[in-house]
Design a protein around this ligand. Structure first.
Ligand code: KG4
Ligand code: ZN
Length: 353
């Protein structure tokens, strides 16, 4: 039995978690997440401020994770840390911390890909969740539709041509005067909005059934511009705000669910997993469940494990540790780290098998 310390500092959450690894099981013992609120006044994450905040708080966050697990640093037998992608200065804080600890205590070290962490998040709550599945990873920085035939084996079906899904929520949140991050505020407001007062485009959705390079590709910038035009045309934003939020969310979710469902059908898999910050959106999970009823189950981790956290990094790290995929002390953070085992872009005709 090994206790794994996991660390996540890729963006604006400083997080540490303790997981217990038995030969066959990974159990979450504790997870501490400190969300940096310093960025709210700027309407987005300021990289330099994120690095500084990680630097001043990471030690205390690790101490708290250990205390909540009822353990001391002496009990830790391995270290997993997010190595990318993300803000390089922010990543550097976690990676240096992890490497120093691994060196001083002679512990095995695993550099984890942030998105592999998101993929593993549901395993901590749904022990029966396993490949094969289709995955829709939607966060502030990423929009990816993946075919996951086995852990460590990832086939990219499609990604975004411009803005990430979460970025679109954040930008529309700003347009509607809702502050940062926009996602949760839009979801709350949309729940009170009327569905059909505004009609926004569903970019690239019509291609979901047509094999080709754009079948599973996304684009959100045109949708964002359509919302901007509607906001500019409104003579009473107070009156229209909730209806605009509803129409935007309906359009964005239609595209996400339409493409994900088409992927599930084409792959013939029994499971769709939704991950990343946007997967906290309950309307997204509901729409996916409705669309796939009787065809596939939809697995989503709880919100705490869907936004950035170290528990998911520990879950992916445990997989890598068991496989012997260890990192050396030359581990370096990479802002553009590529998902290990990723088969990149779709072929022009259909899904390559
Ligand atoms: O995964 P995450 O915590 O950080 C990144 O790796 O980017 O995702 C943050 C993103 C933000 O864009 C935020 O607006 C979005 O997730 N988000 C939501 C919701 N909660 C968070 N988007 C839509 N609906 C939500 N309820
Ligand atoms: Zn993330």
């Amino acid at each position: 039995m090994t206790h794994l310390l996991a660390i996540e500092t890729s963006c604006d959450e400083t997080s540490a978690a303790i997981l217990t690894l038995d030969p066959a099981r990974t159990t979450l013992r504790s997870c501490t997440i400190l969300s940096q609120d310093v960025h709210q006044v700027f309407g987005g994450v300021v990289p330099e401020l994120a690095s500084r905040a990680h630097l001043t708080t990471l030690g205390a966050v690790v101490d708290q994770a250990l205390a909540e697990a009822g353990l001391a640093m002496e009990d830790v037998g391995a270290i997993a840390v997010t190595a990318g992608p993300g803000l390089v200065g922010a990543l550097l804080v976690g990676v240096m911390y992890g490497k120093t600890l691994a060196f001083a205590r002679r512990l095995p070290l695993v550099g984890v890909h942030h998105l592999e962490g998101h993929l593993f998040a549901p395993t901590l709550e749904h022990p029966d969740f396993a490949p094969p599945f289709a995955a829709l990873l939607v966060s502030g920085g990423h929009t990816m539709l993946l075919d996951v035939p086995a852990w460590g084996d990832y086939r990219l079906l499609g990604t975004t041509r411009d803005d990430a899904a979460g970025e679109a929520f954040d930008k529309v949140g700003t347009l509607l005067g809702l502050g940062y991050p926009g996602g949760p505020a839009i979801e709350r407001l949309a729940a009170t909005g009327r569905p059909a007062r505004f009609k926004f485009p569903r970019p690239m959705l019509a291609l979901a059934e047509t094999p080709g390079p754009d079948q599973f590709a996304f684009s959100f910038s045109g949708l964002k511009t359509a919302v901007l035009r509607a906001v500019q045309a409104s003579d009473d934003l107070e009156r229209d705000r909730a209806d605009l939020a509803r129409a935007f969310q309906d359009a964005a979710l239609d595209v996400l669910v339409g493409k994900a469902a088409a992927a599930v059908d084409q792959l013939g898999y029994p499971t769709l997993m939704l991950g990343g910050g946007v997967a906290c959106n309950r309307a997204l999970a509901e729409a996916a469940r409705t669309r796939l009823a009787g065809r596939a189950r939809v697995v989503v981790a709880s919100s705490r494990l869907n936004t950035d956290n170290a528990a998911m990094i520990g879950a992916a790290g445990a997989f890598r540790l068991r496989r012997g995929d260890l990192s050396g002390l030359d581990l370096e953070p990479r802002a553009d780290l590529i998902l290990p085992g990723l088969i990149p872009v779709p072929e022009p005709q259909g899904i390559p098998r």
